[in-house]
Unconditional design. Structure first.
Length: 291
């Protein structure tokens, strides 16, 4: 597995890479790193793709831009510039999980012409999540960390406490039947580094508080939640209650839309059921590969 660096949207991005062929970009979520995609990088490389998993903005060894923006519009711009920096300017395929999923929806809405096909894991469309939170106390409880992370300074202290033990609790809460201790230990080391807690929590604050968003990107914000034309498959674990929203979000797509539940998996389904998830990804991306 190769490592590399490029500059995208003014940020030095580090990434993991495997294989040669059409570009597939894999975006990780929270709390996680690019190493999360190790099973998918190998499978995609074996399937004839160039699979690249960047460490997202604020996650070392990618640069942690202090005072920078971490809103969905900025992150969508990052992805488009990553595509340009990594490839020849052509369309690529996109895979995202958790925050990587939320960013992917924005890319598909605002910059859909840059993506050929997409697979999104574990998280429904942000519009559907907001609608569901208004009417479902159960979903509000499931999303308690979103509200906790809006507080000043306290979440940072909580994340750093006992070498980021809180993040292992979140992982267990979201994937309770899966023991991924070695990977989670690596995630904890990354997230406990200086300034990383502030940067990664800024994703959540920018999602709910406008003062954390880049006002210069108003035009991109206006396009993030446009109906999606890119052929998209969404996967969710049967133990992740957000799977109940996948049929509801069909209205967010004006192109081909497909969804599946991965039996027995929780939130980190790509690590819990890698063989099954890899089959779903490769099947979707290989359809109309010449398109």
């Amino acid at each position: 597995m190769k490592r590399g660096e490029v500059t995208a949207n003014g940020v030095r991005y580090a990434y993991l890479e495997e294989g040669a062929g059409p570009l597939v970009l894999l975006l990780h979520g929270y709390p996680d790193t690019a190493h999360s995609w190790e099973h998918q990088l190998r499978a995609l490389a074996a399937g004839g793709y160039r699979a690249v998993a960047p460490f997202m903005r604020g996650y070392p060894p990618t640069e942690v831009p202090l005072g920078g923006f971490y809103d969905r519009a900025t992150l969508a711009r990052d992805v488009v510039e990553l595509i340009d920096a990594l490839g020849s300017g052509e369309r690529c395929d996109l895979v995202g999980q958790d925050w990587g999923a939320a960013i992917s929806y924005g890319v598909l809405g605002a910059f859909g012409e840059r993506i050929r096909r997409a697979v999104i894991l574990a998280v429904p469309h942000p519009v559907v999540i907001r609608q569901t939170l208004r009417r479902s106390p159960t979903q509000v409880a499931r999303s308690f960390h979103w509200f906790l992370f809006q507080l000043p300074w306290l979440p940072e202290r909580l994340v750093r406490l006992r070498s980021a033990a809180f993040l292992e609790f979140l992982w267990w809460l979201w994937s309770p039947v899966y023991d991924d201790r070695a990977h989670v230990a690596e995630v904890r080391r990354t997230m406990a580094a200086p300034a990383v807690a502030e940067a990664t929590l800024a994703y959540y604050r920018a999602a709910m508080q406008k003062r954390f968003r880049d006002p210069a990107l108003a035009d991109v914000f206006a396009r993030l939640d446009r109906p999606i034309e890119v052929p998209t498959r969404v996967l969710c674990g049967s133990r992740d209650m957000r799977g109940r929203m996948l049929e509801d979000q069909r209205a967010m797509f004006c192109g081909e839309y497909d969804w599946h539940i991965v039996d027995g998996a929780g939130h980190f389904l790509h690590r819990e059921r890698p063989d099954q998830v890899n089959r779903f990804i490769l099947e979707w991306l290989s359809d109309d590969r010449s398109g």
